[in-house]
Write a new protein. Structure first.
Length: 405
């Protein structure tokens, strides 16, 4: 089957938001063994949208659209599909009542404009969207499939995973199992090199993806039954683990903060952090993780020497260029002040032309506990925002490795 993705919304063309839906769906289609031939983005203009959909209808078996399912007058996806297929839009009473209930549960009265979202055509089936007010559409006609999904990634992902993917999987007639193996501390090129003997396999397949929190390896297997496909994935994961070893930190939906949290809980330990270079990214990740109250004491953003002195650093050290020692002192003091079993201190050089002579992006991570006193120096390149996030991920990765040693 040949597939096409159409992203809808003028905000995409103006650069106001980045289209993350298309790469996500492209990855998902490849797992299903469905060939993606075309992708496009079109604004909220009926004539242009109809033209793009007509072209897709003429050349593709499956058309996936994202966006344009809202309640406003410029949300045109439903109308454009109806025009394309020559069918009339009517309000579905059940969908309308579901929308009324959605607003009522939040103590709100539904605006009349939201009735647009309750409309269907004879060829369409509604796709439930518990994450928002925009139901999706599944349309089958003349041997083709059109799937219309909401634009917000959270809503689209949920709808895809829970409603669209199972339907398409049934169409392919095969059981497909995937697993994401997550690594950190090694480049994508190095991971690809290490797995070179496994990647030529057509089934199961391996694919690598570079993310801020490391390099992901997606294992996908297709078989006649789910049990058989799962066994293939399990076997290939064992092969990958034998090669990559302790650079693997998680699977599938794991996050580094969740893995670190589980490790701390398993060992009955608590954590406190003090950050300079990362500006609170590490504390934010830990502070928003589910169940963090069981292991995370808190964090301090020590952006200035005055705050470092208030934490307890000697004034001369706080102003010194010995950033490794500053990070160590921050780890020790935040642990003491917050009564934690483990303390992390992060210091670094973010200036474009630092007076210290260090390369911008040089980061010092210190971990202090009764069992260990670890200093790590990392140097990154890229945008400052990315470097700060990556340093926070490095701190969590190093923490887990240290605790499991």
């Amino acid at each position: 089957m040949k597939a096409e993705i159409v992203s809808i919304g003028t905000e995409l063309l103006l650069g106001e938001i980045v289209d993350t839906n298309t790469p996500y769906l492209a990855t998902q289609l490849s797992v299903l063994g469905i060939d993606l031939y075309f992708t496009s983005a079109v604004g909220d203009n009926m004539a242009r949208l109809q033209g793009v959909l007509k072209q897709a209808w003429d050349r593709s078996d499956i058309i996936l659209t994202t966006g344009g399912l809202g309640p406003t007058q410029d949300d045109l996806t439903r109308n454009a599909i109806a025009e394309l297929l020559g069918e009339e839009l009517t309000v579905d009473p059940k969908i309308k009542q579901d929308l009324i209930n959605f607003f009522a549960q939040r103590g709100l009265e539904m605006p009349q404009s939201n009735i647009r979202q309750a409309m269907l055509i004879p060829s369409s089936t509604s796709l439930v969207n518990p994450q928002g007010t925009a139901p999706g559409w599944w349309v089958e006609k003349e041997g083709r499939i059109i799937v219309a999904m909401p634009g917000p990634p959270g809503e689209m992902h949920y709808m895809w995973e829970n409603q669209v993917l199972p339907r398409l999987q049934a169409k392919t007639g095969a059981a497909i199992i995937t697993r994401m193996v997550k690594t950190f501390g090694v480049s994508e090129a190095k991971v690809d090199e290490m797995l070179a003997d496994l990647t030529p396999s057509p089934n199961p397949t391996l694919a690598t993806y570079a993310k801020l929190d490391g390099i992901y390896i997606r294992i996908a297997a297709k078989a006649g039954s789910e049990k058989e496909a799962r066994a293939m994935v399990d076997s290939r994961e064992a092969d990958v683990r034998a090669i990559l070893g302790d650079i693997i930190w998680g699977l599938d939906d794991d996050t580094q903060e969740a893995v670190a949290g589980r490790t701390l809980l398993d060992k009955g330990l608590t954590l406190a952090v003090a950050e300079s270079f990362t500006g609170g990214f590490l504390a934010h990740m830990l502070g928003t993780a589910a169940g963090n109250e069981g292991y995370f004491k808190g964090g301090l953003v020590a952006a200035t020497s005055e705050v470092k002195v208030a934490l307890g650093l000697d004034a001369n050290l706080a102003d010194s260029e010995d950033k490794a020692e500053v990070a160590r002192a921050m780890a020790v003091l935040t642990r003491q002040k917050m009564g934690a079993a483990v303390g992390i201190g992060i210091e670094g050089e973010s200036g474009i032309e630092p007076e210290s002579g260090m390369v911008p992006g040089t980061v010092f991570i210190a971990i202090d506990s009764d069992e260990a006193d670890l200093h790590v120096v990392q140097s990154y390149s890229g945008r400052l925002y990315q470097m700060k996030r990556r340093a926070a991920y490095y701190a969590l990765f190093d923490l887990v490795k240290l605790l499991k040693a």
